[in-house]
Ligand binder design. Structure first.
Ligand SMILES: [Zn+2]
Length: 343
């Protein structure tokens, strides 16, 4: 076969295959098979070697022309196909700006967190500092330093989750008291919010896991009157209205004298309901004057200083604020319940 015939054959084969190429990728493959090192056009160079001296320039020009022709066809097709592909891609990515937006699910704070934050805000506005203590603590900070006798029933396995003989899940956030006394000198005005754990039977009123804000103040000449004033002020700020309170003498090892603060049931306004067990009153705090032994355990001279302390139940207050009559609602993760609370 003459060189001319070969060139014609390659050109026709190329034009035929070019017609079939529908993508930029196929054009690339075509380029390799015709113009590549082992491609059809390169193979013509073998024929050039066999040609006579006179024929060579002419044949060389013919091969070169074929190369240029194929290159030009390939470039045009590639340009056209790339444009088509880009247009198609953009069409597929078209965004309809008139479509309604997707509804996002907004997370919310848990009602206990909301109530605790409110309590913290009120106390901070009254000049109290916030201290955090460990959930797992030693017997000393949870019991002994707080004047709990060795045989006090609270230490019993029935009430306390012990981890070892000396380590336990704190039963109140009062474990922060002695820790703070060790680090700071009076005047100390401090709250300790956090989780507490007690091995109790779960019911509508009590749970094994709950939250407390411990509040205490130590300075010279701190009196019971200061405690009443502080609690009344706190309650009226928290509920944003005057709250009727009642104080009853009570016993806690870490206070002397000790008392319980009741507030008039907000659900039934004192008429008697399931939450207040028909009494019209709700026990919300245990409080009192810090026992001299507790001050001593914290390295503070009880002859010179006195102080008051109160342990406020967050669940109890949240139930009052939101009129919830079962403490178990807080831990059941029922979205229909949880979604009702917001800032
Ligand atoms: Zn009631």
């Amino acid at each position: 076969m003459t060189l001319n015939a070969k060139i014609t054959e390659i050109r026709e084969k190329f034009l035929q295959e070019l017609k079939l190429a529908k993508t930029s990728r196929q054009i690339e493959i075509l380029k390799i098979s015709f113009l590549g090192k082992k491609g059809s056009v390169q193979s013509l160079m073998q024929n050039l070697k066999d040609a006579t001296q006179e024929q060579r320039p002419l044949f060389g020009k013919q091969i070169n022309d074929l190369k240029l022709e194929i290159t030009s066809h390939l470039e045009n097709s590639l340009k056209r196909l790339l444009l088509e592909e880009e247009t198609k891609k953009l069409e597929n990515e078209y965004i309809d700006v008139t479509l309604p937006g997707r509804k996002h699910f907004w997370g919310r704070y848990h009602p206990i967190t909301l109530t605790m934050n409110k309590m913290i805000d009120v106390f901070v506005s009254m000049g109290f500092a916030v201290e955090i203590g460990p959930d797992v603590d030693s017997d000393f900070y949870n019991f002994e330093g707080l004047n709990f006798a060795k045989d006090h029933p609270s230490r019993d396995m029935q009430d306390t989750f012990f981890i070892t003989d000396d380590l336990l899940l704190r039963t109140h956030t009062s474990n922060v008291q002695v820790r703070v006394m060790e680090r700071f000198k009076p005047p100390i005005r401090c709250i300790a919010p956090g989780k507490c754990f007690r091995n109790e039977t779960i019911s509508s009123r009590s749970h094994v896991f709950f939250h407390q804000v411990e509040m205490f103040y130590i300075d010279e000449n701190v009196s019971f009157a200061d405690l009443f004033a502080t609690l009344n002020e706190f309650l009226s700020k928290l509920f944003k209205k005057q709250i009727e309170t009642r104080f009853r003498p009570s016993y806690f090892p870490f206070v002397e004298p000790g008392m319980e603060c009741d507030i008039k049931c907000i659900i039934c306004s004192g008429q008697g309901c399931r939450l207040c067990k028909g009494t019209g009153w709700l026990e919300v705090f245990g409080a009192g004057m810090i026992h001299p032994n507790v001050l001593k355990a914290g390295g503070i001279d009880p002859e010179k200083y006195s102080g008051y302390a109160a342990g406020l139940g967050v669940e109890r207050l949240a139930m009052l604020i939101h009129q919830i009559n079962d403490i178990r609602m807080f831990t059941e993760n029922d979205m229909r319940f949880l979604q009702q609370f917001s800032l």
